[in-house]
Design a protein around this ligand. Structure first.
Ligand code: UD1
Ligand code: MG
Length: 456
């Protein structure tokens, strides 16, 4: 992405993550909930960094180490500030006073519960500041403006932002609303913020008052408009699901734009970090958990669930396959219906086409794992490894009791329970020998009929 503004401008992003929404009904902090398998605060931090926010300040509530740790994980350079009392958005911004004093050209104030803001939108805010505004608000036109701050305009100029509770009846009719995020020019930011008071309906220090104060100081306030999705705040589980739906649409569109074929994109669920190569086909009803890479030419068939997995070039997965963390499929591997793979490397050209569990294992190149094969990796206490050599053939319904090694080219007879290593190219059969008794079936039936009669 090329910023529409000079690279020489420095940018501080202040992410407000204090002030818990109580309507999530969860023991997890609101901003640690996820959309696209990424926390809300991580989405906001990523957008800030993509828009050139090299300096990051995160304002957290008292004792919120969990939020601070997540912020540090995503943006190690972030400084963390605590807002001890929840006295309003301007008060929260001033909790990061030290970061403001360090001086930056552009300051972005962002809300950690507004995860879908796009870096492009942040860059437009920064461009407005670079263009001479002291304050730039992010406006949008919701279907129902109730509850939002209203943007009071005079021509192109932004005169004030009036919070819903403080607005007059006429002001409440204004359709252009405040999205919440805001950009401030670094040199005047502290002067403006320090003048914000709390004489309003909520008794809070409103960040939105920055607009009127900037004008009193003879500075310029402007608005850029965006669509509702950019400023979608999350306060409850229903809004979390709505944000997820919007994000999924964006991720699907990005994947298709990059050349992925999806037969029914609305039924495919992606993660923010899902990676696709070229010429990939995804059939309907596939779920990608976090950490999946799909390489060129692979086909993911219906009803498959993938998580923490690599699907190699030209591989085929599903229908109804499950790839769990650590599943690494090489080139042209086939993983068929009702096959589960966990922490296992499946080398080039190997196949497990039906009904199998392969966990803590290596399956060598071109090996064939028959239906019903299980790697018995767990004894109830410890996990053990199974190693299957290249070109081995595992007959159907075999139990491979780990730790165990099947040599290259070995052949396991169907229904075997394999507890000892099998040398390369050996044939191993580990099951009861079959006995045929002539006329035995007839004698058995006669015996059973007699028992039935005797019982009356
Ligand atoms: C804010 C805007 C409003 C806008 C709306 C958009 C203000 C005064 N009002 O209202 O104009 O239409 O967003 O959704 O800015 N926070 C803190 N500490 C505090 C208070 C808030 O960290 O003391 C954080 C919250 O966690 C949240 C964000 O700031 O992430 C916004 O606060 P919130 O109370 O949701 O503001 P709104 O009333 O929604
Ligand atoms: Mg809000």
């Amino acid at each position: 992405m090329t910023p529409p503004i000079g690279h020489d401008r420095s940018c501080l992003a202040i992410v407000l993550a204090a002030g818990e929404g109580t309507r999530m009904r969860s023991s997890l902090a609101k901003v640690l909930h996820q959309v696209g398998h990424k926390t809300l605060v991580a989405h906001v931090l990523t957008a800030a960094m993509q828009a050139g926010g090299a300096q990051i300040a995160v304002v957290v509530g008292p004792g919120r180490d969990d939020v601070a740790n997540e912020a540090k994980r995503v943006a190690s350079q972030a400084s963390i500030f605590e807002q001890r009392e929840r006295l309003g958005t301007a008060h929260a911004v001033l909790a990061a006073r030290k970061a403001l004093e360090a001086g930056a050209d552009d300051i972005l104030v962002m809300f950690a519960d507004t995860p879908l803001v796009r870096p492009e939108t942040l860059l437009r805010l920064r461009a407005a500041i670079a263009g001479g505004a002291a304050v730039t608000a992010l406006g949008f036109r919701p279907k129902d403006p109730a509850g939002y701050g209203r943007l009071v305009m005079k021509g192109d100029e932004l005169i004030a932002i009036r919070e819903d509770k403080d607005a007059s009846d006429d002001e409440r009719k204004i359709g252009l609303c405040n999205g919440g995020l805001m950009a401030l020019a670094g040199p005047s930011a502290l002067k403006i913020l320090d003048r914000i008071g709390n004489s309003n309906a909520k008794g809070e220090y409103y960040l939105t008052d920055a607009v009127a104060i900037a004008r009193e100081l003879g500075l310029k306030a402007t608005v850029i408009e965006t669509d509702e999705d950019d400023v979608r705040g999350i306060n409850n589980k229903a809004q979390l699901a709505e944000a997820e739906a919007v994000l999924q649409q964006r991720l699907r569109a990005q994947a298709m734009e990059a050349g992925v074929t999806m037969v029914a994109p609305e039924t495919v669920f992606l993660s923010t970090d899902t990676k696709f190569g070229k010429d990939i086909t995804i059939e309907p009803n596939v779920v990608f958990g976090p950490g999946v890479t799909v390489e060129d030419g692979a086909v993911i068939r219906s009803f498959s669930h993938l998580e923490g997995a690599v699907v190699g070039k030209g591989a085929r997965v599903g229908p109804f396959a499950r790839l769990r963390p650590g599943a690494k499929l090489g080139e042209d591997v086939h993983i068929g219906n009702f096959v589960e793979i966990k922490a296992a490397v499946i080398e080039d050209g190997a196949k497990a086409n039906h009904l199998a569990y392969i966990g803590d294992a290596r399956v060598g190149a071109k090996a064939n794992v028959g239906a019903g094969t299980i790697t018995c990796n767990y004894d109830g206490t410890n996990k053990f490894h199974t190693d299957i050599g290249a070109g081995a053939f595992i007959g159907t319904n075999s139990s491979l009791v780990a730790p165990v090694t099947i040599g290259a080219g070995a052949y396991i007879g169907s229904g075997s329970v394999i507890t000892d290593d099998v040398p390369a190219d050996a044939l191993a059969i580990g099951r009861g020998r079959q006995v045929n008794k002539e006329g035995g079936a007839a004698r058995l039936r006669e015996m059973n009929e007699k028992k039935k009669k005797d019982r009356g």
